[in-house]
Ligand binder design. Structure first.
Ligand code: F6P
Length: 545
């Protein structure tokens, strides 16, 4: 991210002005804001890339928004956006460009990295992916014994799993139901065992997806998969028909025994959690077909254009990012809930958790200083209406401020009876109840026993965004995912942190390797950990299998 000043972000006048403004907003209720401003809902609604965002039910006035936009300017957001789209090495701690937007660039224009246009490579890989997907879907690609492939299993973790797994669920209505596309990520063998249960190895194809091709979980699952196939088919040559790889590491792929001819490449400038549009999307393309995958890329691209070209005051990712800063940094919220009213999006929050928390879970600014403010929010969520009967109580009447995004669709893929009207009614009712609540007078007017009145009051003033599109399609899913990617980018710029590295996951990996040695040692190992960890190593050695 660019850094336009030596002041820490919370020392900028634009930031301190917001902190002062928060005092003026204390005691201002969404009821007042809507009562005093009939044009509010219309003014605070905007459309982009097939999505409508209504942000009127936020605890903001026009003044608040102007001040947040001033903060964006003061933090150099425009320069930062341009730097990302033009291939500058904005991932400075890894000295890499950040160009997931090139993966879905449908403009026909070149995208340069170090003086070289990356688009021919991007399009060539998409072409190879489409050819492979068609061959698997049509039955032309058979297993080693000549049987048709009935199951495709992606082995990958983190960014090499969550995006395609989320999208494969979301886009089930567009998928070939005769082909089962599954995902194995956890190093817990139960995941592999359950996902392969009942499958015939002769009809199963594995996609081993790993940017580095060194990730412990993925390499372990891939080795287990190879043994599973070879045990059944009894011929090493079977690997060629049952394994393909997606990676940036050709040598690693070869060392595993997969022919590089069966490898789909991507590049160091694609971050794992931003890689759905790269070859990491291969299992999704196999599931939904190349045409639907292309529609998804177009949805991503439409939101990319909106983000790159729209003035900040009408820019959806910019506004959502700034509203998040308002709540997390100025009003003291700590989490952010994402609540899709669509069962197919049941893995969307999981994908966003990596996208947002791995990107913005940082405490050091771009000048190497410990920040004096909060950065990434804890992101969480579940589909409505299930969440309503689980955790919404706390959102309505708990002590914490929890900003929420409600996501819905005008039309259902399954228009059964009045299910969809009920689903939508619940979405709208929740945002209305959260914003406007129920006063003591209203509770009393219902004849409520005086002792119960305090318990039945809903304070309201709980902020929400409402996002809706006509239908969940490859295009709208692409645009929605890009919207959150760019929201995360905006916040990273405001917080002046490096959003595109993830050093925080390294220490655990190193320690796990040491502990694994101790767990597997034949003789009683000399343990050099702390007392607690040493005791647990002894416990698992004594009681484990
Ligand atoms: O969790 C750390 C991480 O490096 C993620 O950023 C990445 O998506 C994941 O591991 C998987 O990495 P790889 O694709 O290299 O196997």
């Amino acid at each position: 991210m660019s850094n336009t000043t030596t002041a820490m972000r919370n020392e900028l006048p634009a930031w301190t002005a917001l902190a002062g403004h928060a005092g003026e907003m204390r005691g201002v209720h969404l009821r007042d804001l809507f009562r005093d401003d009939p044009g509010r809902a219309e003014r605070m609604t905007l459309d982009a890339a097939g999505w409508r965002l209504d942000y009127a039910k936020n605890r903001v006035t026009d003044t608040t928004l102007h001040m947040l936009l001033d903060l964006a300017e003061a933090c150099g957001l425009r320069t930062a956006i341009d730097a990302m789209f033009t291939g500058a090495r904005i991932n400075r701690t890894e000295n890499r460009a950040v160009l997931h937007t090139a993966l879905r660039n449908r403009s026909g224009r070149p995208v340069m990295v170090d003086g070289r246009d990356v688009m021919p490579d991007v399009l060539a890989v998409l072409h190879r992916m489409a050819d492979f997907a068609r061959r698997v879907r049509s039955g032309e690609w058979t297993g080693h014994t000549g049987k048709r492939i009935r199951a495709v299993i992606n082995i990958g973790i983190g960014g090499s799993d969550l995006g395609p797994a989320m999208a494969a669920e979301a886009l089930k209505p567009f998928s070939d139901r005769a082909l089962s596309v599954r995902f194995v990520s956890n190093v817990d063998a139960t995941h592999f065992a359950e996902q392969t249960r009942g499958l015939d190895p002769a009809e199963t194809l594995f996609i081993v997806a790993s940017k580095t091709f060194t990730t412990q979980e993925t390499m372990t699952n891939a080795a287990t998969a190879r043994a599973w196939v070879l045990n059944a088919l009894g011929d090493d040559a079977a690997v060629a028909k049952h394994f393909v790889a997606v990676s940036t590491n050709t040598e690693g792929v070869e060392a595993f025994g997969i022919d590089p001819a069966n490898m789909f490449a991507f590049w160091e400038w694609v971050g794992g959690r931003y890689s759905l549009c790269s070859a990491i999307g291969l299992p999704l393309m196999v599931a939904i077909g190349p045409e639907h995958f292309t529609e998804m890329l177009e949805g991503f691209h439409a939101m990319d254009r909106h983000f790159a070209e729209t003035p900040f005051a009408r820019n959806m990712p910019v506004l959502m990012g700034l509203l998040g800063v308002w709540y997390q940094n100025i009003l003291g919220a700590e989490t952010h809930a994402v609540l899709p009213y669509d069962q197919s999006l049941h893995r969307f929050a999981a994908h966003l958790q990596q996208l947002d928390m791995e990107s913005n879970g940082k405490c050091i600014d771009t000048r190497g200083r410990r920040v004096g403010y909060h950065t990434g929010a804890v992101v969480w969520g579940e589909p409505g209406t299930n969440g309503q009967h689980a955790f919404y109580q706390l959102i309505h009447q708990g002590t914490r401020l929890i900003p929420c995004d409600f996501i819905g669709f005008a039309r259902s893929h399954n228009p059964l009876g009045d299910h969809h009207a009920k689903l939508t009614a619940n979405l709208l009712a929740q945002t209305e109840a959260l914003a406007f609540g129920k006063t003591a007078e209203e509770v009393r007017a219902e004849g409520t026993d005086a002792a119960l009145v305090p318990h039945k009051i809903f304070e309201g003033n709980r902020p929400t965004n409402t996002l809706a599109a006509e239908m969940l399609t490859p295009r709208t899913l692409g645009a929605l995912t890009a919207l959150y990617e760019h929201k995360v980018f905006v916040q990273g710029v405001i917080w002046d942190i490096h959003s595109f590295d993830q050093w925080g996951v390294q220490l655990g990996k190193v320690l796990a390797a040491r502990i694994l040695d101790a767990l597997q040692a034949e003789a009683e190992p000399a343990l050099g950990h702390d007392g607690s960890t040493n005791a647990w190593i002894r416990y698992f050695r004594q009681n484990g299998n």
